[in-house]
Design a protein. Structure first.
Length: 307
């Protein structure tokens, strides 16, 4: 695979768990993807917009401040409907893979964001740059074989179950939009977790442990999928539930809705691991934490997007 981008972990990228925050893994991958797409001739212009439709991330090794990083990658597959890329974020000094990615891009028209076909010449060039998906890059708990936007719960159902995690808000200037007022495809996180939390849904960065240590939840896998574009002024609300809880992990799903149209905008799936930040190791989820998160456990909502 070609090296697409080189960078390093800077102190501002470190989060409350003491390692590079998950948002920067994806940011580095998108920078590499932009370089790869440009080399294929797939770039936005006056007649088309290249948009990210889906991003899957599997985290392998935590990265600390000062670590050098390389993004390497190629094309998984290409058709008139989409181009899928495979990338690896690698620490070349440690000779280790930090994370692997599968990124899906589509082409739309600039004014209405309606789907356009990828032209035959671009598809041919993309296929010539194909790479296999290695075993270590394959998902473990979040499937790529299904579309998580295809069978979501209804807005009425998530409201009935009290699964709101953010209050209703209108998309404003705090979210990146283009000249047409459409939200950038990289802004799933800002839409899903922006705004004011619902009572009881405030972020808990760390939990105290009986031995004096602290724990948090470290992301092991995630997948962000767009159902439709969002625009400035749309009134949105996000919802979340745990769909599986194991000894050390929990699988969660989050949905973002346009509340006026009762339409799904995006889905975010994430597998989190209980992590002792003092000992730097995985631990069993403590009973007190398990009891709290168990109140939002709805396995029936795992219908799409999980194994």
């Amino acid at each position: 695979m070609d090296v697409l981008y080189k960078t390093e972990v800077t102190p501002d990228q470190i989060d409350h768990l003491g390692h590079m925050n998950v948002r920067y893994y994806s940011a580095h991958a998108r920078t590499g993807a932009a370089e790869l797409l440009a080399s294929l001739g797939l770039t936005s212009d006056g007649g088309r917009i290249v948009v990210g439709r889906d991003v899957y991330v599997r985290h392998h090794r935590e990265q600390l401040a000062g670590a050098p990083l390389e993004v390497r990658g190629g094309v998984l597959d290409a058709s008139s409907e989409r181009v899928r890329l495979y990338e690896e974020l690698v620490n070349p000094d440690a000779d280790e893979v930090a994370a692997t990615f599968v990124l899906t891009y589509e082409v739309t028209d600039p004014s209405r964001r309606q789907h356009l076909e990828v032209d035959d010449a671009t598809v041919a060039v993309a296929r010539s740059a194909s790479v296999p998906l290695p075993e270590y890059g394959r998902p473990r708990s979040i499937s790529l074989d299904e579309d998580p936007t295809a069978r979501p719960p209804s807005l009425d159902l998530v409201l009935e179950r009290g699964l709101a995690i953010r209050q209703v808000r209108a998309i404003g200037d705090d979210v990146e939009v283009d000249d047409g007022g459409f939200v950038s495809s990289i802004s799933v996180g800002e839409l899903m977790w922006g705004g004011d939390p619902m009572p009881g849904a405030e972020f808990r960065p760390l939990e105290p442990l009986p031995d004096g240590h602290e724990m948090g939840f470290a992301t092991m896998e995630s997948r962000a999928s767009w159902a439709r574009p969002a625009r400035r002024g749309d009134r949105v609300q996000s919802f979340g539930a745990e769909v599986a809880i194991q000894d050390k992990t929990m699988l969660s799903r989050h949905w973002l809705f346009d509340v006026d149209r009762a339409e799904l905008i995006a889905v975010f799936s994430v597998l989190n691991l209980a992590f002792d930040t003092t000992a730097r190791r995985a631990i069993t989820i403590p009973d007190t934490v398990r009891s709290r998160i168990g109140r939002r456990l709805y396995p029936d909502l795992a219908d799409a997007g999980s194994r």
